[in-house]
Design a protein around this ligand. Structure first.
Ligand SMILES: Cc1cc2nc3c(=O)[nH]c(=O)nc-3n(C[C@H](O)[C@H](O)[C@H](O)COP(=O)(O)O)c2cc1C
Length: 221
């Protein structure tokens, strides 16, 4: 499965079959997490075989079941913390999808198990991402129309592709509060709207946009 196919096929999955992640898959994933941490100066951790975070009433209330693995999105407390964990978290989610794993971003409906991951000095935990083998593959979310995200009149094809890919991005409560605009110089400005976790959502949407639009076609401004 290519990353582009992963973007199409990824949907939030909350029910997992509880099977441990296969050894080679876990190794590949851990290696990729390490690459993202180096590139983004982050401290994202892959937590395997830890049933407590999603074992209590919060998770049941959130309709989660069988979650044994997750990513703890830990990073230094910088001004761009939210956007950065969104961007790199989604890169890992899409890579995980190519490895046959399902996922769900989770801000609220889980319990913080402090012994399961490290938070260094000057760092904090943002949100987590449940990972594993889904009971189903999930289903596509309802989306606002493309025009809600950008003015596509006369826009180049790469820009339209970027916007269409961002429409498939997961957002908190499916709020999709982000917009893209083309600058006179042919670059792209992305903006978060007002809402819970909207800066994390922006980072996620930028990750999708970049993959479909091609980084060689523009710079973020
Ligand atoms: C930052 C963020 C936080 C989220 N928090 C939760 C959560 O606490 N509980 C939950 O069930 N889903 C949560 N979600 C999943 C969204 O509800 C889901 O991604 C959205 O409805 C779009 O659906 P899709 O992922 O299938 O495209 C979160 C998603 C994001 C991006």
């Amino acid at each position: 499965m290519t990353i582009e196919e992963a973007i199409e096929q990824r949907h939030a999955v909350r029910a997992y079959d509880g099977r441990p992640i296969e050894e080679q898959t876990a190794r590949n994933l851990a290696e990729y997490v390490g690459e993202c941490n180096r590139e983004g100066d982050l401290h994202i951790q892959l937590v395997l075989d830890e049933p407590q975070a999603f074992g209590g009433t919060m998770a049941r209330y959130g309709k989660f079941s069988g979650v044994q693995n997750y990513l703890a999105l830990v990073a230094p407390k910088t001004e761009d913390f939210d956007e950065k964990i969104g961007y790199f978290g989604e890169k890992i989610v899409l890579y995980a999808q190519t490895l046959g794993l399902n996922s769900c971003w989770v801000a609220a409906t889980y319990k913080k198990v402090k012994s399961a991951f490290e938070v260094g000095r000057g760092e904090k935990l943002g949100v987590v991402i449940a990972l594993g083998y889904g009971v189903t593959q999930g289903k596509p979310h309802k989306s606002k129309p493309a025009e809600a995200f950008a003015d596509l009149n006369g826009a180049p094809e790469w820009f339209v592709s970027g916007v269409r890919s961002a429409m498939l991005a997961p957002t908190a409560l499916n709020q999709q509060k982000f917009t893209f605009s083309l600058t006179d110089g042919g670059n792209v400005k992305a903006k978060a709207g007002v809402g819970f976790y909207s800066k994390i959502d922006l980072g996620i949407a930028k990750c999708h946009f970049e993959i479909a639009a091609g980084k060689e076609n523009f710079d973020w401004v």
